[in-house]
Design a binder for this molecule. Structure first.
Ligand code: GUN
Length: 296
């Protein structure tokens, strides 16, 4: 079987066009301009790339954007003070603090400090809890992007055996939670595998839909999947550098061997990544509409 490519970059471009129109309409009809602030503490190179992409996309779509680059030795108190200021700023609808934070800062306390109505990352315990009880408000961006890719690629989710490799709070736990809900684009049977799972291949071989967010290149190989599986590869690993100094990226899935058996698979890059940023923009637009009383 030759796998169909699930081209996240194309799906994301289409959703961004829709958002661009919606944002222009909000401005023209209601004088509402969604506002997103990104906060980067320290100078982690990957985080700098991600924050830069978020800022650039905001501007392209007509979202008002602010960016704070803080030194790695920023104190917890100063970071909390900034969040408090942003919580009160009416120009700002979404607050994104890029993770991971440098050592010494308490991530949990920072996430709790963000107003849940401005939590466009969907990381605040209130939003995590709402998702858990089947009343989702702001969905975390990478899982929301994955679900959209599954829906828009026509993948049968209801009743499917979904196996998630990875149990992070950002991807593994929330995507598992979303796909098991009694809701459209969900209703799957979900298994989560992690570093202490006895036999990961036993589970991955049963998957109709396999979502891999292991944080390790080639964590899943062709011998670990069944024919006809739909594979979502969330991994972004730098495996080298070109002669021109450009990063060479690979996912968590061994694309060559897995794509021989899969029905469909996301490429890296150009799969899940562009969807994550697009869902962030979507959440920001929604937060602006809620703040303006235009939607619930
Ligand atoms: N670090 C890796 N992914 C994310 C994300 O989706 N949001 C934030 N804030 N930090 C991240």
């Amino acid at each position: 079987m030759t796998a169909q490519l699930i081209k996240g970059a194309e799906v994301a471009a289409q959703i961004r066009e829709e958002l661009k129109k919606e944002i222009a309409d909000l401005k023209a009809k209601h004088n509402v301009v969604p506002g997103l602030v990104t906060v980067l503490v320290g100078a982690d190179p990957a985080s700098q790339v991600y924050v830069g992409q978020k800022e650039k996309t905001s501007k392209e779509l007509g979202i008002y954007s602010e960016r704070y680059d803080l030194p790695a030795d920023t104190s917890q108190a100063d970071l909390l003070k900034l969040i408090d200021k942003l919580n009160k700023d009416p120009k700002i609808n979404g607050i994104l603090v890029q993770l991971p934070l440098p050592k010494g800062l308490n991530e949990e306390e920072v996430l709790i400090a963000i107003d849940p109505k401005k939590d466009v990352d969907g990381f605040h315990p209130v939003n995590v809890g709402k998702l858990m009880i089947g009343e989702p408000d702001y969905l975390p961006c990478t899982p929301a992007g994955i679900q959209q890719l599954l829906i828009r690629s026509g993948t049968q989710i209801e009743g499917a055996e979904v196996v998630v490799v990875g149990r992070s709070n950002i991807v593994g736990k929330p995507i598992a939670n979303m796909l098991l809900q009694k809701a459209e684009g969900a209703n799957a049977t979900v298994t989560i595998c992690h570093t202490r799972t006895k036999d990961i291949a036993f589970h991955t071989k049963r998957a109709d839909i396999l979502i891999v967010a292991a944080g390790k290149p080639k964590a899943v190989t062709g011998d670990m999947v069944k024919e006809g599986v739909v594979v979502i590869d969330v991994g972004v690993n730098q495996i080298g550098t070109t002669a021109e100094g450009k990063r060479i990226l690979a996912g968590d899935v061994d694309f060559d061997t897995v794509s021989e058996k899969a029905k469909a698979i996301t490429p890296v890059p150009g799969g899940v990544g562009p969807m994550t940023i697009t869902m962030l923009m979507m959440n920001t637009v929604r937060a602006a509409k809620v703040a303006a009383g235009l939607t619930e």
